[in-house]
Design a protein around this ligand. Sequence first.
Ligand SMILES: [Zn+2]
Length: 414
Amino acid sequence: MGERNKKILLEQLQLLKNKHCADCGTKDPEWASSNVGVFICVHCSGIHRMLGTHISRVKSCRLDQWDDESVAFMCERGNDVVNAELERHLPPYYHKAVSTDPQVFKEQFIQAKYSRKEFTQAGGPAHYEKGAKTGNLHKRGKDDKTYRIRKFVLNATDGTLKYFIKPDAKSPKQTISISSLHVSLSPDIVGHPNGMQLSFLVGGVTRHIYVYAEEAKDAIDWYITLRATIFCNMKEQFSELTDADVLKRMARFQQKQGWMSKTGPKKTEAYRKRWFVLDDRRLLYFGHPFDAYPKGSIYLGSRVEGYIVRDGLPAGQQETGYGITVTTPERDFLFLCENQEDQRSWITEIKGVLSRPLTEQDTKDLLSHKHLNEKRRRSVGRLTSSSSLFSLSPKMRSQSTKSTKHQNSEHQQF
Ligand SMILES: [Zn+2]
């Protein structure tokens, strides 16, 4: 009888509807939640165990004994039936977990889905859409590694996220416009399982800040609330866009980051290791992932305007890694990746950007980018102390007298 039941279960696993983990989409799951009736991967089965057996009873399809009743229940339910119920009102800004998501997201998604059943009823996820949230997050200092508690206040009505140094402070340390805000989960960069990266524009320049919440649920509440607010803001701004278009736009920001080395415009300078972030059409580079402001950025137009990416470096360049050449109407940018996988993935991402025609907003961004670069080139040319940083960061101007070392690196940064 046991063998027959196992055979029935294994047949169920072959069906298209059960071919992928009900929670994260990993192929060929071999575990199940026997009281819910879903097939899940080994990784999600670990998260299900944490929910407690009153919510989910985890069993292996291959290794455990199954009785007739449970097997009949699994056949009757299955992933598509259960997901149609439990993810029925999953909002577009709260994406379903995928295997590559950080652990904190998968855990919180599974808890929201099974324990709190947030997505079964219309209005279940409404608390993410209030556009208001106040709370403490640990924020990494701009100039040191220390994380300090800061009060964050989201207010969608006035379109801002503010943070305050002291809980009772009257004026914020920073006011971030929701229209330029992007948020991603970055446990690896922050070095904390609940780490997040916020990026936004200050005077046309991308600024990054790093935060983490003490509690995992609070981290995901912030993450989803910010995503919901950004989503609604974009829907308002671009009423012609579908939900899918808005999500595509949201995904373009912080879509890839990692180390590459680059040389300067003369192409004789030593290759320097930089942290690159592909942020929509801007390829930003930082000295270190935590730097508040980038050392520079490369605007990626479209193929039609003469922007090209290819593997390898131009003739005469010694290739001590896996080279990438990005050609813009102004100049070639040369990069070296540490391995072929990185090289391929950067090329794929950049190609994706170049193949998109420029929108009206992109054209405006390109002009302002050229304007900022021109300003920077002129000021760097003059070799004056404070103005050389003008185009990078309004804040750095005030600091530039403090740090001559920083200025030097700015001059060499190209
Ligand atoms: Zn899974």
